[in-house]
Design a protein around this ligand. Sequence first.
Ligand SMILES: Nc1ncnc2c1ncn2[C@@H]1O[C@H](COP(=O)(O)OP(=O)(O)OP(=O)(O)O)[C@@H](O)[C@H]1O
Ligand SMILES: [Mg+2]
Length: 413
Amino acid sequence: MSSFSFDRDNSLYKNRDALLEEYTPNNLVGRDDELEEYHAALQPIINGEAPSNIFLYGKSGVGKTAATRFLLNQLQEDAARYDDISLSVIEINCDGLNSSYQVAVRLVNTLRDPADQISNTGYPQAQVYSFLWDELDKLGGTIIIVLDEVDHINDNSILYQIPRARSNGYLEHAKIGLIGISNDLSFRDSLSAKVRSSLCEKEVSFPPYNASELQKVLHQRDQVAFHDNALADDVIPLCAAYGAQDAGDARQALDLLLEAGDLARKDAAEQVVDKHVQEARRKLERDRIMEGVADLTQHARLILYALTSIEAEGNTPARSRDIRPRYEQLCSHIGTEALTSRRMRDHLADLAMLGVISSTEKNEGMSGGKYREHALKQDLQLVVSALEETIELAGVHESIRPYYQSLLDDRET
Ligand SMILES: Nc1ncnc2c1ncn2[C@@H]1O[C@H](COP(=O)(O)OP(=O)(O)OP(=O)(O)O)[C@@H](O)[C@H]1O
Ligand SMILES: [Mg+2]
């Protein structure tokens, strides 16, 4: 047998897929108050009254999509018991659909027969809306339209049109309830007053999970995904504590548990233990920084490179006016013009948001005023590897040479 032959290994996992994004838990834990509020906002539907429009917001991974599916499934089941309610639910994710026009086309096509679809160009907007009202009226009854990640739409037209379609006389048979979901907390404020008053009739907010709520989420998933006793006692509390400390994001906490499980499996360990969680956390953090840096603009990367070289010289924390000359030097190496000091400070703030640098405000009182000091928050070697392409482009600064070299050496071995 080759040393790379595969044997089935089910010793830790009972159903690993239950930890993946696509898995829908059949019950939601740790969201009781929020579900109650959401439930109340949906209540008119079962009473046969006009549905309210609902705006649901909260940061990433706090259960907005999961809670919406859970409650709407329940609602559909319960509505089936009443003869006088005909309820349909249409859920659309607006990621990738960046205008009201595209959303309207998607809605029409979702409602229409596959043989009778309309194209993504081809019709004036008013015509597409008119197709939409026709389809909705043909379906009739109460129709809930869920627009998930609604902040991806660049214009508000559809958020204005759908809630008013009935009062404007475009719909006769259908009663529409619109549910908009967003993790961009500034989205609501960016809406015009008239859109806000119709879309945000009922608002439900989901806060980040705290550690004890995350423990509930993880325990529930443990039972489906792992065999009994596959996890050491402190694994779930530890994942939950990290998750709460980071962003209160259930997706991140579940990813951490999955990564820890995979590491334990790779080690052929009998149990997932503390050490696996620590190692998994380092790996995920590393991936996150690598991806985050790769997504930065070239100037943001050059500014990070400048700060990294100053850190390697032992001169951090540094003020932006100390980083600037190094940044300008790097810009001139690649023949590009440096951004203004103001734009540079904006980039430093973005880097701090990403968690790759830390910025602290200093106050020198009356004489010196306020300023910020910056330093790397992540391991220097990690940042150097994330910046590899930029370093190749702008040249290897003397101070980071050993780190760059060790990157190349690692690759050879
Ligand atoms: N209360 C919960 N109980 C069980 N699983 C949960 C719970 N909350 C979230 N999850 C799981 O965590 C993951 C993220 O949740 P969800 O997709 O609902 O987040 P979201 O708020 O919609 O985030 P985003 O804004 O990024 O879309 C999903 O896999 C979901 O099944
Ligand atoms: Mg979601």
